[in-house]
Design a protein around this ligand. Structure first.
Ligand code: FES
Length: 206
């Protein structure tokens, strides 16, 4: 893709400078190159983020920033994993058909993860972009700033801006302001739980 863009821009530059002669080439080339080459900052902003998730204990979460957006990495307990499929009827998009994630995540169903033990997702509410808070403890009705999350709360996320609730796979409950499940970015997960956020699992060397 970038080759196509580069070649096409080079052709444009050639066309633009043909009529101005050799002196014109020198003056036209500098602004073209400075606007074309990405800055180190831009490269860093688009770079993958590496996380050693093996350092997390079950039930813990960490937050990293990738491309200027917060991303949660959670290590789920076995009890939470076993309960993931138990409340689908309460969710707006239980199969994530209308939500954003790579195809290799969509096919993992309720887990929404390459390995159900580790969940990675954008901490950006799909309503207006606030950061949902972790409310992981099941059946604790008032664990986020005194907010009653309701009886039978399965554990998940609560967005304090307008009250959207998500389960611990980032699937939004019915009747919430948020229209979609939390977005899952492309990532890879190694056998020793190292996560590369921003790298597509299908592009990983075998
Ligand atoms: S931004 Fe999260 S509910 Fe509105």
């Amino acid at each position: 893709m970038s080759d196509l863009v580069d070649h096409s821009r080079r052709r444009l530059l050639t066309v633009a400078t043909v009529g101005t002669g050799a002196i014109g080439v020198a003056f036209a080339a500098v602004p073209f190159l400075t606007s074309w080459l990405p800055s180190a900052r831009a490269k860093a902003l688009g770079a993958p983020v590496e996380v050693d998730a093996s350092k997390l204990e079950a039930g813990q979460m960490l937050k990293v920033v990738w491309r200027g957006q917060p991303v949660y990495v959670i290590r789920r307990t076995k009890a939470v994993i076993d309960g993931l499929g138990g409340h689908d009827e309460l969710l707006a998009d239980p199969k994530s058909l209308d939500s954003q994630q790579p195809a290799y995540i969509e096919s993992t169903g309720a887990a929404r993860a390459i390995n159900p033990e580790y969940w990675i997702g954008l901490a950006v509410c799909t309503h207006l972009g606030c950061s949902p808070l972790g409310a992981f403890e099941p059946n604790n009705p008032s664990q986020v700033a005194g907010t009653d999350l309701g009886p039978g709360w399965p554990g998940g996320f609560y967005c304090p801006c307008h009250g959207s609730k998500y389960d611990i796979s980032g699937r939004v409950f019915k009747g919430m302001p948020a229209p979609k499940n939390l977005t899952i970015p492309a990532y890879t997960l190694s056998a020793d739980a190292r996560v590369s956020i921003g790298v597509d699992e299908t592009a990983k060397p075998a």
